[in-house]
Each structure stands twice: as structure tokens, then as C-alpha cells.
Design a protein around this ligand. Sequence first.
Ligand code: GLN
Length: 285
Amino acid sequence: MIANILRVETLNTDSYEYSNMTPDATIDRRSYLKAVGAVGATGAVAGCTGSGDGEDGEDDGTEVINPGTAPGFPPFEYTEDGELVGFDVDLAEAAIERAGYEVGEWTEIEFDSLIPSLTQGNLDLIAAAMTINEERQQQIAFTDPYYESDQAVLVAEDSDLSPESVDDLADQRVGAQSGTTGQDEVDTLVDDGIVSADDTRQYDNYTLGVQDLENGNVDALIIDIPVAQNFADGRAVSIAFTIETGEVYGMGMRQDDDRLADINDALAELQDDGTYDELVAEWFE
Ligand code: GLN
């Protein structure tokens, strides 16, 4: 059950406790759902940002959840032929619909702006491969974990540099996307005296970072493994080594938004009925 919803890639999951995802909790939720009927359809309205229109243009009373993301993070969210696509896009839409809500307009902004936009009410749900951590939990609430990842160190394919550990990054130019856990790793390199602050690079999105890597303007990028793998498959970059961080992703919602429980129930259902695995197969395999 637990192992299904969290994709085990190249990392060790033992360090994490998923107490919120125990089979017992699932059974409890199930019987609860049976007792109250359809998920979310008559749910609490806290944080409601609007109602959907029926096919006849009349307001059909369905609450809208407006999702937001930061494209440029394939295969979780990116733009293809002008269209926003990716695993997070499909999973978030499936969860919103399964929970009985209507999918509103997607907001596409820089990663750094997602949390402020959510708390200000410009969007209702962040689906952006966002790692659950304490700093963010002080500002927003997260759904149950839906994916797990460590960090990878990406270098140019033709680079002379072939680092095998963080110590090998000494005095190199190292970058990440602003506001990410990858940037936290870069900051740690600076704090540990391995890399000089002047040699760090911050990008509005990782696509720009990969370009800089290919052009020789930066020596290494620190980035979530699945996305590093995706870039390594299609661009002139490769994974040099990985850093075990034991991160898990959650979707973000406002702390006072009661619909979070419905989204969690929906995520669990999508896992149980195989939809989650189908999406994983579609976007990662
Ligand atoms: N998982 C990383 C984080 O939460 C990166 C997310 C991203 O760049 N979209 O910081």
C-alpha cells in the first residue's frame, strides 16, 4: 500500500515514516466515506474560490479548485506545443475531479512564487513536485506524499569534471533553481566551505540552468533525480552522482482549506484503483 503510492527510485526509503499512510488509516477513511457518501460533493466550503458552470452555462454549484505549477520540470510539469502537460498535471486533475471538485484554470508561474500565490488565494492547489519540509509547512499544508526523490548532480556531457561526491565540487560553479531543495544543497556547499558564494548560480527555472550547463557557464546543477534523468535523456548533460536527501513530494493547499482531506482521500483512491500506476507508467517508464 505505502510502497505503491511512493515511487521508489534509486533511494532508500527507510529513513521516512509514513505514519499518515498506514493501512489502518485507509480502512478508517474507507468506512468513513461509506458512511458519509460521495467524497467532497457536499464538503465544507472553506477556501472556496468559485463555483463551476454546468453545461447549460448555469452555476451547477460544483466548487472549483484552481491548480498552479511551475513548468520546466519534466516529466512532472512542462510545456509541449504550448500546452501544459506532465505527471503532476494529470495527477492533480484526477485528484480534484475524484474528490468531487471542478478543475479550474492552471496558473503557470516561477517555482518561487507558488507559495505566496497560494496563500494570497490566487490559486488553490500547488502541484509542482514540491518537497514537503518544515519551512514550507509553516506557510502551507501538504497532502499525503505522492512521490519520492533524492537530489542529483548534473554536469555537461563533455565536461572535464566528473565529480563523485560533494567534495569533488570544490571551487566549481554550482547552480539550482531558486527556492528549491536543490538550492538548499548548494547553500550547504557554501556553508561547508566547499564552494564560494560567488560561484553559485540561481535560475528562475531549471531549463535555463541546463542551458547554462551545456554552454559551459556553470559546472554543476543540483536537481531532483527524476528530472535530472529526464534532462540527461534528451540534452547534452549527465548525472555525475546523487545526494541522498529522502525527500517526498506533496501537493500544497492553504492551511485553512478543508478540502485537503478530500484530496487526500482521492489520492488514496487513485492509488488503489491503479490510476496512479498508470500515470507513473505513462510519464516515467
Ligand atoms: N522538489 C524540489 C523542491 O521542492 C524541486 C521542485 C521544483 O523545482 N519544481 O524544492
